[in-house]
Write a protein that binds this ligand. Sequence first.
Ligand code: GDP
Length: 335
Amino acid sequence: PNSKAGDGKPRLLLMGQRRSGKSSISSVVFHKLPPSETLYLETTTRIKKESMHSFMDFQVWDFPGHLDYFDPAFDVDNIFEEIGALIWVIDAQDEYLEAIMRLNTTILNLQHSYPNINVEVFVHKVDGLSEDYKGDTFRDIIQRVQDELSDHGYENAPVSFYQTSIYDHSIFEAFSKVIQKLIPQLPTLEALLNSLCSTCHIEKAYLFDIMSKIYIATDTSPTDIGSYEICSDYIDVVIDVSEIYGWDRPSENGDADLQETGNNDAESLITMERKGNNYLYLREINKYLALICLMGDDSPSEKKAVIDYNVGVFQAALKQVFPRAERDIVVQSPS
Ligand code: GDP
């Protein structure tokens, strides 16, 4: 129910006041802009519809903060019927009362007409705040939103809160959680990853969207941010993202024979390396996804054959979960 777009892909909408950090977030996450360079970005002044070269191919519509999108002249239905999640960015370093007022108005409006849209509040730029102040601000914002919602009888509105910054991995973690809610196959993916981990004594396994470094699933063992960081940094080491744009595999032409014999696997990148006290294993699953596993010190590289085999099984299962992923998910240019 959350992904009503014509192409069946979840769609994200990024909103918030001017200078709250919307352009920075989409540039850092989806265009690999170094965070320090966002200082020179022009602030968002128009609605931007972007197409992502990613497995989900979701779109970030970057809205200017001053726009009155509930104005009758604005085609609200066209916008909100297609999205799965509305990400609302609040600048935690700035006065936020007005931002919260607008957010509350928006949530109440949505609850009325589109109660299924997840509202994901990014309490953003927390890198500049002291630990104490950060926690207080976060709690205060949650309280103010929840009070308003319960005053209107919406105790169970699908609203979640995250603390984010473009200067660390928190923005990627938050996006991962937002996206995972929009993937109906998530429980299946988690079960497959759990089984892979227990068979091969893997500590943590992530299924990454290579381009954005958002993970669309992980096994259900507790996640600590450290393992995410190690795995996402490994993508940069191993995969030259610029190459992905030129990746053109035979299977993508829909050649059934090639797909069934798995000939395209021969080209996919598989690597295993020792990193500090860990072993890292990476395998490209298809054009957009990579599986990355983190293993403890006791995993000698001789185990690689066992892992290769089981990851092959995982990959085959994944094709059942996303049967059309290889051929039908294509990048569409913004219309
Ligand atoms: P927009 O108008 O919502 O698109 O906001 P911008 O993306 O233009 O960001 C406004 C300013 O906030 C820029 O100078 C960014 O460098 C800065 N900014 C964005 N994200 C962060 C963050 O996580 N931490 C800090 N300290 N500054 C940020």
